[in-house]
Write a protein that binds this ligand. Structure first.
Ligand code: XMP
Length: 327
């Protein structure tokens, strides 16, 4: 049975058994809806699109074509994980596009945050549409829409999901197999579909990626400093049991330098800001109180291992007044 809306009396999926039942029902429904046709999916590697991909691979195998666009603003190891999980382990029909140069060239010199967002969103649609045009016989477009997306778009809070921007001649029928699920349910379903914990339980990550954590005009070297410092922060949070405890944590490297000393010489370099916050709905947020020893260890690692960083700051600002992201 395919529901357009979440039935009022739907039991919350909280156990592996309930997730298995949902998967079985959806697989049957997807096979019926799609038949022997082909489906296209923009696979970001985030929870929602990954679960949609895994469900569709189970239902229709090679009839699903997943396109992973690397915009160059992903976290360290993310594109590799998408390729490993979907192409190598699940044997998916995966098109990988490294569009890093295209995105970074378009973003060069652009400092306004909203213009950066528009360039990233617009370029994404363009790259995805170009890939779609190369494929024959696609009739469906799969999306990782979830129930809160639908509620929020109905209440005028935000427009839901990306496909709205595809060119008009790309007239696909939508396939949205997790659209009646809440996020926690999507995660349980993903786990039952065999996706790794690192994918299923990962923290939220904005569509414009590290681009909004590189305030000011994005340069390759500063972007690399954000990526490397973020990887160190994630590694240390995992080691110290904070991975599942803190809702969202990341680093920011603004386009601003300060004087420091490295190896007895003047080092005029960037600063790295650490942000670690807790929230229920991202509308307000409180700051995680990190242990002092861990802070010192993070400062030591980031200033010594990340080229171009001579100073580390911790952001103590709750939301409001600060938003979670810097742009
Ligand atoms: P703010 O910065 O508004 O962030 O307090 C609230 C939550 O939303 C995420 N966020 C975004 N997600 N595209 C996204 O997909 C965006 O442009 C975007 N901006 C912020 C942010 O990471 C946080 O979880």
């Amino acid at each position: 049975m395919v529901f357009d809306r979440r039935p009022d009396d739907m039991v919350r999926i909280t156990t592996p058994e309930l997730a298995d039942a949902f998967i079985e029902e959806q697989v049957a429904a997807l096979r019926e809806q799609i038949g022997d046709k082909k489906v296209l999916l923009a696979l970001s590697g985030g929870v929602d699109s990954s679960v949609v991909a895994a469900l569709l691979i189970k239902a229709i195998g090679q009839q699903l074509v997943s396109v992973h666009v690397n915009h160059g603003l992903l976290r360290k190891g993310e594109p590799e994980q998408v390729i490993e999980v979907f192409r190598n382990q699940m044997k998916a029909n995966l098109v990988y596009v490294d569009a890093t140069d295209r995105f970074l060239d378009k973003l060069a010199g652009v400092t306004d945050p909203e213009t950066k967002r528009m360039i990233i969103g617009g370029e994404f649609i363009e790259v995805f549409a170009e890939e779609a045009r190369k494929l024959d016989g696609i009739e469906f477009l799969a999306q990782g829409t979830i129930w809160p997306d639908i509620l929020e778009s109905e209440h005028g809070i935000k427009a839901h999901h990306n496909a709205g921007g595809l060119p008009e001649d790309m007239n696909f029928e939508l396939v949205e197999p997790v659209k009646i699920l809440f996020k926690d349910e999507v995660r349980i379903v993903g786990k039952q579909l065999g996706l790794p914990d690192g994918m299923v339980y990962r923290q939220p990550f904005p569509g414009p990626g590290l681009g909004v954590r590189c305030p000011g005009a994005i340069t390759r070297d500063r972007l690399e400093a954000v990526r490397e410092s973020d990887a160190i922060l994630r590694e240390e949070f995992a080691k110290n049991g904070l991975e599942d405890k803190v809702w969202q944590y990341f680093t920011v490297v603004p386009d601003f330098k300060s004087t420091g000393v490295k190896d007895g010489k003047r080092a005029f370099e960037w600063m790295c800001i650490i942000r670690a916050v807790n929230t229920k709905d991202a509308m307000t947020a409180t700051v995680e109180a990190l242990p002092h020893d861990l802070m010192c260890h993070l400062v030591e690692r980031i200033t010594h291992e990340v080229p171009g960083i001579n100073r580390v700051l911790y952001d103590f600002t709750p939301k409001p007044t600060g938003t979670i992201e810097y742009e």
